[in-house]
Write a protein that binds this ligand. Structure first.
Ligand code: TXA
Ligand code: MG
Length: 467
């Protein structure tokens, strides 16, 4: 069972300084998780921080007993997928793999079904959901790209918004880009958190595509984790978080005992091979002839690729591409839930070791207190940055020892979940990752995405001392 626990930590002896911005969560009964923003930019002693982190509720997994388990694993046979499609159509929930992470899917145009997703995830209604469709045409029906048509002067003012949406969806779909745009009147406001903007994505994984086809409806699907917890990249992760919910979970590893053959294309395709959620880009017109494309979440598609796509469609003089990552609380609709600073959190207190500290050669300057802290610490490294601490720590894994960003992204959520299960772990350390964010190409897009997920897992806390 998943419970939210207030933990008392042994951290109160640690005294180093850090800079932090924290969102604390308090539990107010089932399905009503509330956050209180506690931003601070001044350096504080770690004792104060750890108390703040202690006060945060951490998601704790108690194991799901068979008696109370409602969730059911299903195979990828065509019969299973066809039944799962019918289940979606009838307003119930199916969790399915994509090329990014597992989604928790429901009939997007059925507000009762959408409400079930929010309830199962314990997600605030202010966090909008992504609608999954297969063909761009289906997204164009959900968007209302009618802004700039000026009937009086013929074609001189073309519908630039529509042109941009077509260029982006043709350019990146199917794949890990979510496009947010003004919604058509028929879109239920619950999916959009009342913002009037709807997010659409065409996933490339054949299992996701087969489920969308089988359901015959657009599927709204957030990541299939409890709100604030680490996103899932395997059926077992979903079962750990949502085992008590009335959900079917598509598991490609399940030996099928029902009739029908596997979805042919899915056989050799690894699920969630990207490993981090899609890039989210929002298209907004500011006048008849100009608009902004805001990057709300980093994923595998970079802002430079988006710019290049708009340029190829001869739209670059009309659209500005802007990074718009913000930290917000749940009470702010219209922005991304993935933008809350505390997100993707493992249930062990997590910190980033400052670049300044580890680049100075950690192994020589460790104090006694720091060595003691390391004995009960798990290290999640990236590109060997903290490898000198390996032998001194309780457990160590490198997301990619070679510093390969695709490998790191594919491993990051599984590794965060691994750290939760290390016996005796009191804290998790990651390296602070420094990257020039002004010129991010395809390769660096995933470094930014990994950096973003680790920063959020550590609630933005960077420390100079391990104590
Ligand atoms: O890769 C993915 O995007 C996965 C898979 C399952 O497709 N889905 C996912 O959903 O990550 P979720 O709910 O965990 O994250 C939803 C993101 C938010 O972070 C937000 O940026 C964006 O989608 N979003 C959805 N609707 C929006 C809206 N109306 N306005 C702004 N952002 C929106
Ligand atoms: Mg999510």
């Amino acid at each position: 069972m998943l419970i939210l626990a207030l933990t008392k930590s042994t951290f109160t002896t640690c005294t180093s300084a850090f800079t932090t911005s924290v969102l604390s969560f308090t539990r107010q009964g089932r399905g009503s998780l509330s956050q209180q923003k506690q931003f601070s930019t001044i350096k504080k002693p770690l004792t104060a921080m750890t108390q703040a982190q202690n006060d945060m509720t951490s998601v704790k997994q108690e194991g799901v007993g068979n008696e109370s388990k409602k969730a059911k694993l299903i195979s990828t046979s065509s019969q299973s997928i066809s039944e799962a499609g019918a289940r979606i159509r009838s307003g119930h929930l199916v969790s399915f793999p994509t090329e990014t992470v597992y989604g928790l899917g429901c009939h997007a145009i059925d507000p009762v079904a959408v409400a079930r997703v929010f309830e199962a995830k314990e997600r605030p209604l202010t966090d909008p959901l992504i609608v999954h469709i297969n063909e761009p045409q289906a997204a164009l029906k959900l968007w209302d790209a009618s802004y700039s048509c000026d009937e009086t002067d013929g074609n001189s003012h073309e519908n630039l918004e529509k042109k941009a949406l077509v260029a982006l969806s043709d350019g990146f779909w199917p794949g890990p880009l979510t496009i947010v745009a003004k919604a058509a009147p028929a879109v239920p406001s619950i999916i959009m958190a009342n913002t009037g903007y709807v997010a659409c994505r065409s996933p490339s994984h054949p299992i996701a595509r087969a489920l969308i086809d089988a359901s015959g409806v657009p599927i709204a699907a957030p990541s299939a984790n409890k709100f604030g917890h680490v996103s899932p990249t395997r059926a077992a992760h979903v079962m750990n978080d949502l085992g008590l919910e009335d959900v079917w979970i598509v598991d490609p590893d399940l030996v099928q005992n029902d009739a029908g053959s596997d979805i042919a294309a899915a056989k050799n395709e690894v699920v969630c091979d990207v490993g981090v959620e899609s890039t989210v880009a929002k298209v907004e017109m500011v006048s008849e002839t100009s608009g902004i494309v805001s990057i709300l979440r980093h994923g595998a598609v970079s802002s430079m690729e988006i710019m290049a796509c708009l340029e190829a469609a001869d739209l670059s003089r009309h659209f500005e591409v802007k990074e718009k990552m913000q930290s917000t609380g749940e009470n702010v609709s219209h922005v991304a839930p993935g933008q809350t600073i505390r997100h993707y959190s493992p249930n062990v207190q997590s910190f980033m070791i400052s670049h300044e500290r580890y680049s100075g050669g950690l192994e020589n300057g460790l104090g006694e207190g720091e060595l003691k802290c390391l004995e009960s610490a798990v290290i999640i490294d990236f590109g060997h940055r903290l490898s000198s601490l390996k032998e001194k720590s309780l457990a160590y894994r490198d997301l990619s020892a070679e510093g390969n960003s695709s490998t790191a992204a594919a491993n990051v959520f599984d590794t965060l979940r691994w750290s939760e299960n290390i016996e005796g772990a009191q804290r998790v350390y990651f390296p602070e990752i420094i990257i020039d964010e002004s010129n991010v190409g395809k390769e660096e897009a995933l470094v930014l995405a990994v950096k973003d997920r680790l920063t959020r897992a550590a609630s933005g806390v960077v420390i100079d001392s391990l104590e």
